[in-house]
Design a protein around this ligand. Sequence first.
Ligand SMILES: [Zn+2]
Ligand SMILES: [Zn+2]
Length: 359
Amino acid sequence: MRKTGLWVTWLTLFLLVLPVSAQRREIRIPDIAGYKTLKCDLHMHTVFSDGLVWPTVRVDEAWREGLDVISITDHIEYQPHKTDVPTNHNRPYDIAAGRAAGLGLLLIRGTEITRDTPPGHFNAIFLNDINPLDTKEFFDVLQAAKAQEAFVFWNHPGWKAKAGENYIADINEKVREKGLIQGVEIVNGRSYYADAHAWALKHNFTLMGNSDIHSPADNDQMQRENHRTMTLVFARGKTIEAVREALLRGRTAVYFGNTIIGKSDFLEELFEASIHVQKPYVRDKNTVSVLVTNESDIDFELQRTGKVGPTTITFPAGRSTFVKIPVDKDGRAELAYTVTNLWTAPGKGLSLSTNFYAE
Ligand SMILES: [Zn+2]
Ligand SMILES: [Zn+2]
């Protein structure tokens, strides 16, 4: 009898933990040499600021969409629901923590420092206590974040800028000179900030991309084509400390739409871990057809930069494609391509070259 009672209790607890539709979409972006590729969204809101959902709902949504790590980053200075939901900066994390642990999701305590533009908005994550950041002077807030060894990044840098306007203001340069930020959110939702990207590369900031979701997650986001913007973090393991170490060392890439932005070595490794050339080849007189399988969620778009091979090649996600390669009499071809949807800098795709040899 007692045993049955215990089972019922466990079962009830377990069901309570499961999200309403208990299915998770696995995002197919491979691990790279020595690192786990963690799918992270480190910028989102709840009713504790200007979001429209309860903190546990953010956890369920993230789990369903295949994320591994999230941070709920409600605004310190902007709480339009505060007559209904009192100001308590640490509550979103505290409320969501149990749910995240139950679903195996890493939850990082964070917040959004919210000032007029410039300087704009900044996320501080890996905090122990958000309350000391609730202070008047902008530089005092950043110092309070630094005192807790937070990782701080500049959010949506060009959000309020007019086209062609230089939005990297003197105060942002001052923040940089004082060493008060470590990252730049070069993609926020569906907006990409090319100038901020160039600035981040120039000063070696960690590249970030996040959803900044305020509304309930749309069911469409479960589809590969409509996935939320996220930061891919190349971590030594799936722990908060490993995520922190990777962010501090700039081991990230930004995944938005059908594009990944990052340093060329990470992008090259992602491409190579996604693409498999199968044997045998089909060969006729001067050409070899090679079956290439793309096991990732990315449709890779290639543009020829060398002398031989098809002008453009697409490797659709999750499919195998025959590629016809002209070869010399020894079965060789020097191939050079740009992957136009893997960006190493604004307007610059990843360059790849290989000496192909059909045995
Ligand atoms: Zn913001
Ligand atoms: Zn925000």
